[in-house]
Write a protein that binds this ligand. Structure first.
Ligand code: GLA
Length: 347
């Protein structure tokens, strides 16, 4: 483990960048937001390649305007319709920050706070954050833990929390992957396989309709490898509404972390990523709103579709969809969500 200064926040707090390394990969994370800043893996010619978008120091993450590079999003990731839900007969209202809806819990995200380092060693680091009762509008205080742990050929993110009152929780990591190397053009040539027979169609504001729809014979079918670019511009309503891929797939793995949920492969570098998760769904977002106005690492401009997010999570708007896997967490229960990223090189 190496530790470097990552810059000082506007409030004068000194932040750090922690790097974990083994023979196969290196990841760097900061206590600002517990954010994943870089993943460096060798390509097929052994060239070290950083495969996630981000910024060079804390000021980029602090001023980030709605991109969430590498962020751990909580307390409830994705959209909640009209920023409103009912729990135990009480109505709760959240910030409206995305059209008429709440996105990624609103204007005071976990990702813009400085977290505490609870534990660190050569292979793992655990950050924690105290989230009080009514933080972002959610009931119940909880202490959120995020652990990054190096594995031989990848790494694991583990989320944990226990509330003191009934609450809602759904945490995910919002890294934008580009297996050609961050800052090197679009991800449209990446091949993807998603182990899912269905997805949750949504309205124009990306709120699921509540239906579960088969992917067969639609552009949403990635059961056989195909490139992200192959169907992305097809005249298909869900793609038009979201300006590309920005949808939740219902994973056939159904929370089995031993089974692969998604594979992503770059034909250029040969880098392959596999995702496994305890979560029932994954939001796959093809960076449609990266608009060429943001300068990321090394002052490189990030244009549309230059990164893809693979956000393991419960389905969007679950607090308003009682028929779906529940995002309710009660005192005495422990929230646990695991996402494992594995790396290899294509033959
Ligand atoms: C999520 C959403 C996208 C977009 C990004 C952040 O992935 O589904 O629509 O808002 O966050 O830019």
């Amino acid at each position: 483990m190496t530790v470097k200064d990552f810059g000082i926040t506007k409030d004068g707090i000194a932040t750090k960048l922690y790097t974990l390394k083994n023979n196969n990969l290196e990841i760097s994370v900061t206590d600002f937001g517990s954010t994943l800043v870089s993943i460096v893996v060798p390509d097929r010619n052994n060239k070290p390649t950083d495969i996630v978008l981000g910024y060079d120091d804390v000021s980029g993450y602090e001023t980030d305007d709605g991109y969430y590079f590498g962020c751990n999003v909580g307390r409830c990731a994705n959209r909640i319709a009209r920023g409103h839900f009912v729990l135990n007969n009480t109505e709760y209202n959240l910030d409206i920050n995305n059209g008429p809806n709440n996105l990624h819990s609103g204007l005071n995200p976990y990702s813009k706070r400085v977290w505490t380092v609870e534990n660190q060693n050569d292979t793992s680091i655990t950050f924690s954050l105290e989230s009080p009762h009514m933080d972002q509008g959610f009931p119940g205080a909880l202490k959120m833990y995020v652990t990054y742990e190096l594995l031989e050929d990848g790494f694991k993110i583990n989320y944990n929390a226990t509330p003191d009152k009934d609450t809602i929780i759904n945490v995910t990591n919002h890294s934008y992957f580009n297996l050609n190397g961050e800052g090197s053009g679009t991800v449209l040539n990446h091949s993807v396989k998603i182990y899912a027979d269905s997805f949750t169609p949504a309205d124009e504001t990306s709120i699921p309709t509540g239906e579960i729809e088969a992917v067969k014979d639609t552009p949403m079918d990635f059961n056989n490898f195909k490139t992200i670019g192959q169907d992305i511009n097809k005249n298909y309503i869900p793609l038009k509404y979201a300006n590309g891929y920005d949808h939740n797939w219902v994973l056939a793995t159904a929370g089995d972390v031993d089974r692969t949920a998604v594979r992503l492969v770059s034909p250029e570098t040969g880098i392959c990523l596999s995702v496994r998760t305890t979560e029932p769904g994954i939001q796959i977002y093809s960076g449609n709103f990266l608009d060429g106005t943001i300068k990321g690492k090394g002052e490189i401009v990030y244009n549309p579709r230059t990164g893809i997010c693979l956000e393991s999570q419960h389905y969007p708007d679950s607090p308003n969809k009682p028929q779906w896997p529940s995002t309710v967490l009660r005192p005495g229960e422990t929230y646990q969500s695991v996402c494992i990223y594995g790396f290899s090189i294509a033959e």
